[in-house]
Design a protein around this ligand. Structure first.
Ligand code: BGC
Length: 782
């Protein structure tokens, strides 16, 4: 058991505590999702709970964005994810007394999130205040194979003698919930957001249909049950506007048990009628019941076996980190597996944080993982982007720009950021989308996707850069007045990250248009337009400070005043909550990796010496007030040889949520940071780079680890890389042999494992962080 209450184990996460303040964290940590439905890890009996939460990907309510002072081009409407009808509630009365963990005594209690079965299990021995003991076991899943289905197995066993048990299984809409919004006007819109349209109950089945007032979306939730017991059972069911309830009463003798399997079906739509949605959830239930609980469990395991076969990471030398990395991957697959042409939100479907919005987090952190492990899911997420291209073109037009301006944050594709300097101005999201498209095409060779979606995405993003940038008097192509990844600088000129990513975007668009001539012609792309992209890419301005011999993250950055780190108390982090933006913007303080990120994603644009100097310069000025920073910092620290530091950041990325490092895990998990754990393992210690369609590795372990092994899928071939201190072994698991590089040397990964020596490392000069901002020195746990 570690100090955070979790038992360290390689394939599951077990929590034995009932610590109520920690309950809100475990509601996020134990959330289950398939990317379509998400349910938080609240207890079946409904209370105690902090944020119960049931979410459907893409289901939101709309509200006016509050501005004290408006301005041209400000988005008018915000979107917020809605807590839909809660179907996970199963209340239990033991001889009249409600099971409530705050009363009586928990003689045993643990909950286990199992990364291989894809279920959350609970095992509780509860003694009621009058001394009756029962054992309650439950297991729940959100099905990866039947994407509209949730199932819960719930069992009660008397431990002392015969008892009368009453079980109430609910569907509950408009659950009272604390609003995540600080604005009372927004909170008011989100209070009781669901308007009842239909309620139906018969036998063991009930359905509730609701609609939202403003976004005009409709949701249906249905439940059905199988009850098994040895003795006479009385059940009744009823449904009213916001509540459907099955009540079952039964006498259970000692040595026997009551078993309930609850099946839930969810469906939502902007267009379909209430009867059509009801039919849809009825059909989902029919499928689930036909498969049965055991069948759903077996399907779930097969799905995950397959995932782990292509994606598992073995970490030897640090048991807690091994668990954290698998936990991270499990949540990434939960966030992305069955999104199917919907966005992947920054919190997945684990909580209401960030209003349920998606950001560049998806393309830059989550999609690299999915591209190399479950490429179809990466394709589906990119199809979502593609489905929003018209909205992005309208947004660009409203801003007086060409091409497509994808939103900084959104659920349905429309911009929802009310703070334009770190929202609309963060145009790099366009290049991040293009980068994810290029990466996916390179890793899969998916020609259908290239024709149907990729070409348009690349063309419209290239057009955005052409209208946003201009050739200056010297011919250089400048992109002025934009915000890069570091949100402690805003509206800057020639942000290196943005410019280099735009450069790649323009080149990729040109390459694909030359391959897809017909599609390009349909999009109105002429040879002259392609030439203009290539000329802009060629002349892209990349500022450099010749005196300091480093790259300023944007023009003149290195001339700004330094931040007074020594005089900044620890409790003033994150800085954005304690200092005005105007002061952050004009000083050399970096919220999250920006130039350092550019060196990872566009490593081909820097020399090794520049990388080492830039890492040292930006380490000293980066405060990591965003959970998105540790990952790119780790990757670059590893590349330039700071392996211990990379290891500390690896732990920070992987343990962000399990250690609640940002004190907000209650609102949902940090999916980008969790995906970052994979990136650090594979791109950091594995040294994986995928520039210009050539895949390379440069593995090297930090001293604390004795082994790191990972798996990937590339162009349909699955292979494994197994790294020890002195050598790396490459082996093909399925598909055709692949040519890659190992520390620059060309090798072929084929069936016979290939062992390659790891070249020695020249010790780099130590680097330091701002006062008080060094990462926690990781001490491995065995
Ligand atoms: C970061 C953004 C990120 C967002 C959502 C912010 O704190 O600065 O880069 O996209 O969180 O994770």
């Amino acid at each position: 058991m570690n100090e955070h209450g979790f038992q360290v184990a390689p394939w599951d996460l077990r929590w034995n505590s009932l610590d109520l303040p920690a309950l809100e964290q475990t509601e996020s940590i134990f959330a289950l999702s398939n990317g379509h439905i998400g349910i938080r890890g609240s207890l079946e009996e409904g209370e105690p709970t902090v944020l119960p939460g049931t979410y459907l990907n893409g289901f939101y309510e709309q509200h006016q964005l509050p501005y004290a002072e408006g301005g041209y081009g400000y988005p008018e409407d915000g979107q917020t994810v809605v807590n839909v009808t809660d179907g996970k509630i199963i209340r239990l009365l033991v001889q009249d007394e409600p099971l409530d963990m705050r009363y009586g005594r928990a003689l045993e209690h643990h909950r286990t999130l199992d990364f291989r079965s894809g279920t959350l299990r609970r095992d509780t021995v509860w003694e009621s205040p009058t001394g009756r003991r029962v054992r309650v076991r439950s297991e729940r899943l959100v099905s990866f194979t039947q994407r509209s289905v949730v199932a819960i197995r719930y069992e009660v066993e008397p431990l002392d003698g015969n008892v009368q048990l009453v079980v109430q299984s609910d569907l509950l809409a408009n659950e009272p919930i604390e609003s995540a919004s600080k604005d009372p006007r927004v909170a008011a819109t989100l209070k009781d957001p669901l308007v009842s349209e239909d309620a139906f109950a018969e036998g063991m089945r009930a359905v509730l249909v609701h609609g939202t007032r403003h976004s005009k979306l409709r949701v249906a939730a249905a439940m059905d049950h199988e009850l098994t017991t040895d003795d006479g059972l009385r059940t009744e069911i009823h449904a009213e506007e916001d509540l459907a309830r099955l009540t079952a009463a039964v006498d259970v003798p000692l040595g026997s048990r009551l078993r309930v399997v609850k099946y839930l079906g969810y469906g939502w739509s902007a267009r379909r009628s209430a009867p059509a949605l009801r039919a849809q959830v009825d059909a989902a239930l029919a499928g689930a019941i036909q498969t049965g609980w055991d069948g759903l469990l077996a399907e779930q395991r097969r799905f995950l076996d397959d995932f782990w076969d292509s994606a598992d990471i073995v970490v030897e030398g640090d048991a807690e980190l091994q668990q954290a990395v698998r936990f991270a991957l499990f949540h990434v697959v939960q966030a992305g597996a069955r999104g199917e042409s919907r966005a992947i939100p920054a919190k997945g479907l684990t909580g209401p944080g960030y209003d349920g919005h998606s950001f560049w987090d998806t393309e830059t952190f989550v999609l690299p993982v999915l591209t190399y492990t479950m490429p179809e899911s990466a394709r589906d997420a990119l199809r979502w982007r593609h489905s929003t291209v018209d909205k992005a073109k309208e947004r660009a037009a409203a801003l007086g720009l060409g091409g497509a301006a994808f939103p900084w944050r959104s659920i349905n594709g429309a911009e929802c950021s009310a703070y334009w300097p770190a929202g609309t101005a963060a145009f790099h999201v366009a290049a991040d989308v293009a980068d994810a498209v290029g990466r996916y095409l390179g890793a899969t060779g998916d020609e259908d996707f290239e024709r149907e979606s990729a070409t348009e995405l690349l063309v419209e993003t290239a057009r955005l850069w052409m209208s946003l940038g201009h050739h200056d008097l010297h011919g250089g192509f400048r992109i002025d007045g934009v915000t890069g990844p570091d949100e402690y600088s805003a509206v800057v000129d020639n942000n290196v990250y943005t410019n280099l990513m735009a450069q790649r975007n323009l080149r990729e668009a040109a390459t694909v248009c030359r391959r897809q001539r017909e599609v390009a012609a349909e999009l109105g792309v002429s040879d002259e337009e392609v030439d203009s992209w290539l000329a802009a890419a060629e002349k892209m301005v990349v500022p450099y400070d010749p005196v300091l011999e480093v790259h300023p993250q944007s023009e003149r950055f290195t001339e700004h005043a330094e931040w007074d780190f020594e005089g900044t108390p620890a409790e003033h982090y994150p800085l954005l909550l304690h200092y005005p933006y105007f002061d952050l913007y004009r000083k050399q303080v970096v919220k999250q990796a920006d130039l350092v990120f550019a060196m990872y994603l566009r490593g081909d644009a820097f020399t090794p010496e520049q990388k080492a100097r830039n890492v040292a310069y930006y380490e000293e000025r980066t405060v990591r007030d965003s959970s998105l920073s540790a990952c790119p910092q780790a990757v670059m620290a590893a590349e330039v040889g700071h392996l211990d530091l990379a290891y500390d950041y690896f732990a920070e990325a992987a343990l962000t949520d399990l250690h609640d490092l940002h004190h907000n895990v209650r609102n949902g998990l940090h999916i980008a940071s969790l995906a970052g754990a994979w990136i650090v393992a594979v791109a950091g210690f594995g040294g994986m780079r995928d520039h210009d369609r050539s895949l390379g590795f440069a593995p090297r372990l930090p001293p604390a680890l004795s082994r790191l092994a990972f798996r990937m899928v590339y162009r349909g071939s699955r292979f494994a890389v197994d790294v020890s201190r002195t050598e790396a072994t490459y082996s093909l698991l399925s598909g055709d042999p692949l040519t890659v590089t190992h520390h620059g040397e060309e090798i072929t990964i084929a069936e016979d494992p290939l062992r390659m020596k790891i070249p020695p490392l020249a010790e780099p000069e130590p680097v330091r962080q701002p006062a008080g901002r060094a990462p926690v020195r990781r001490r491995p746990t065995e």
